[in-house]
Design a protein around this ligand. Sequence first.
Ligand code: EPU
Length: 337
Amino acid sequence: MILQENVLLAPLTTFHIGGSARIFIAARSEKDIEDAIVLARTRGLPLHVLGGGSNILVPDAGVDGVVLRIQLAGVAFQNDGADTLLVAGAGELWDTVVDAVGTRGMFGIENLAGIPGTVGGATVQNIGAYGAELADVFEYADTIDRTTGVHARIGKKDAALAYRTSFFKNNRNCIITAVALRFSSAGAPNISYPDLARARSAGEPLAAPADIARAVRAIRAKKFPRNDAEGTAGSFFKNPVVSRELADSLRARFPDLPTFPQEDGRVKLALAWLLDHALSLKGYAGGPVRLYEKQPLVVVARAGARAHDVEALARHIAERVQKELGIGIEREVELFG
Ligand code: EPU
């Protein structure tokens, strides 16, 4: 285990924002994780697990504790009857895994191409895009409990993957070390999401997983800022799920609002549409941070922006949405530490 002190976290996040970690450990093995748990306990410091840093906002004051960056590597494929199981270290880059699967001609995660972050983070968050989500292929995650040191394999049912959440998100004691995904030989393209259907109509070949991954990356490149130029953590808020009554009253006011009925009778709303058409907040800026011109659910930070700038903008947006639309919105991006 290699321990460093006062490590600046901003460069380890896609927002490029945030102060330093008092103690920083890069974990390349399960042993490193176990040693870090003991170290944090011995020193009486809180332990915070960092993945690819693509869905967090690190406070300007940094983190007064141990930051454990999960860098466990490895991608292996196993035959399981007609299916293939992929087992990846939690620190592998998600997009590398997308390519490894696509190269083998297997369908299942090609719509999730181009999403930054690690396999572990993708699982905690149950990433989703273009009509697919990680839950579609999730098989199990191997974990270490930081309070007991116990190793456990968490299956599909207990992992409780749902819209941008999971058992792991709500049980931070559980540190993911590896994730298994199942790919069926009967997999087929899933190109019904409007952006992909449009690409298909425009004549793009979307037959193989790699074709779809390429198309998804091209769509994403148009919707998200270039991360080397500006900081962002993707969608800053979740799409709200509201009562049918509230959805009906909003639809009466905004007939074009995209709505998605949920199994429990509630309705998911496209917050990007509301920010754009109902509140005219596209491009809305507070100092160095703003709602992105091409996708207002995405908060973008110019170089030099600070976490408190993002906080101020996010509070303002949430207040406007509450006051003018009667919707309480939740953050998708997490405050770290
Ligand atoms: N829209 C507008 N104006 C805009 C942009 C979009 O009116 O400027 C409308 C679109 O026409 C569309 C709706 O808003 O009808 C939704 O937009 P989009 O398809 O871009 O998806 P989203 O719901 O805003 C979600 C995920 C994204 C994911 C996309 C694509 C959440 C919080 N976000 O965004 O995930 O990439 O779908 O499937 O669920 C992330 O989680 O960080 C993320 C980027």
